[in-house]
Design a protein around this ligand. Structure first.
Ligand code: AMP
Ligand code: MG
Length: 327
């Protein structure tokens, strides 16, 4: 599995070969357990830099890979890590503080219990769940320069933020090559660099949680991340019940609050990724209160019955057959 993954990252498939200056270059990668599609209107030579950036991030943040910093930190509980990874963990902790722990990267032992990391899914018993939950708290993460310490048995899972971080890094690379039009789709994380080559905004579809192949609504954006967290992205079923991968750090259970997906629209891809997970956990009412105080992002909430609720600031760039504006 691992060798296939590394191979897929290394030998990415060049889909369009006729790439000259400002023509479309598209490349597909498999990393962070998801398919990543990158479309760039510009010089194809940038793709090798993009490919190494994806491989590096895949290796650095995969807590199952014994070469990764996160794996080593989870084992040793005290490690000097790269300034970039330390900064990312700090950013994750800041979101935890802002969201009263709805977002918490110390969720790792609970994710393991449910089997989300090796796909050996099962429903944990209460005793095991409670002992794993006892290790979950972002307050168990300490920093001294770039040395990170984990107390109380904590271990880290960056699955809720790493793709957003990668989108920001790729965006920096693309912009450093003076490319003003590109779009990346990293699993549920879309990042639009600039506008479309004709100068209009990108239209990003948001999937119907009931049918992945159907787009329920869309947002028009430029230079912005559009990140969706949804129950349909990763789940398993047992005895007719669906268990998905967004976990409430207070209960250790998949969040069950009638939300099916949350999309965050924000200039900062890392923050958008962390917030889409956090807002999902918070539920629509708390999430909207939080959004009103934050001023740096908009959001689209889809409930289990496919009804859509949006924050007021996105209205002019939003389309759907029917929706409600939160107020
Ligand atoms: P996303 O698809 O961005 O919502 O991220 C979901 C992933 O984040 C899961 O597969 C876990 O790896 C991790 N995760 C699940 N619940 C949480 C949470 N409450 N806080 C932080 N990370 C989480
Ligand atoms: Mg996320």
């Amino acid at each position: 599995m691992k060798s296939i993954k590394i191979l897929s990252v290394t030998i990415s498939i060049l889909l369009l070969c006729s790439c000259g200056q400002n023509s479309l270059c598209e490349n597909t990668f498999f990393a962070m357990d998801t398919v990543m599609d990158i479309k760039i209107y510009g010089d194809k030579n940038i793709m090798s830099e993009i490919s190494s950036c994806i491989s590096d991030a895949d290796r650095a943040f995969d807590r199952n890979n014994s070469d990764s910093e996160i794996f080593k930190l989870n084992i040793s509980k005290n490690l000097e890590i790269s300034p970039e990874t330390a900064a990312l963990i700090q950013k994750a902790v800041a979101v935890s503080e802002d969201t009263d722990g709805a977002f918490d990267i110390t969720i790792a032992p609970v994710m393991d219990l449910w089997g989300f990391y090796n796909q050996q899914y099962h429903v944990p018993d209460t005793v095991s769940l409670n002992s794993a939950l006892a290790c979950v708290s972002y307050k168990n993460i300490f920093f001294s320069g770039n040395t990170v310490s984990l107390s109380g048995g904590a271990s880290l899972d960056l699955g809720g933020i790493a793709k957003g971080y990668l989108s920001d890094k790729l965006c920096d690379i693309i912009k450093s090559h003076n490319i003003s039009s590109a779009i990346m789709s990293l699993g549920g994380n879309v990042y639009c660099v600039g506008s479309k080559p004709n100068g209009s905004k990108w239209t990003i579809g948001i999937r119907s949680p009931k049918n992945n192949a159907e787009l329920l609504c869309s947002v028009n954006v430029s230079d912005c991340a559009v990140v969706t967290s949804g129950t349909y992205e990763r789940y398993f079923e047992r005895d007719g019940q669906r268990y998905h991968h967004i976990i409430d750090p207070k209960t250790g259970l998949p969040v069950d609050n009638n939300l099916a997906s949350v999309t965050v629209i924000c200039k900062d891809g890392t923050r958008a990724d962390a917030l889409s997970t956090a807002l999902f956990v918070m539920g629509i009412d708390k999430a909207f209160e939080f959004q009103k105080k934050s001023h740096d992002f908009e959001a689209v909430f889809i409930k289990n019955d496919n009804s859509i609720y949006i924050t007021p600031g996105i209205e002019h760039d939003f389309s759907a057959d029917s929706y409600k504006i939160l107020n």
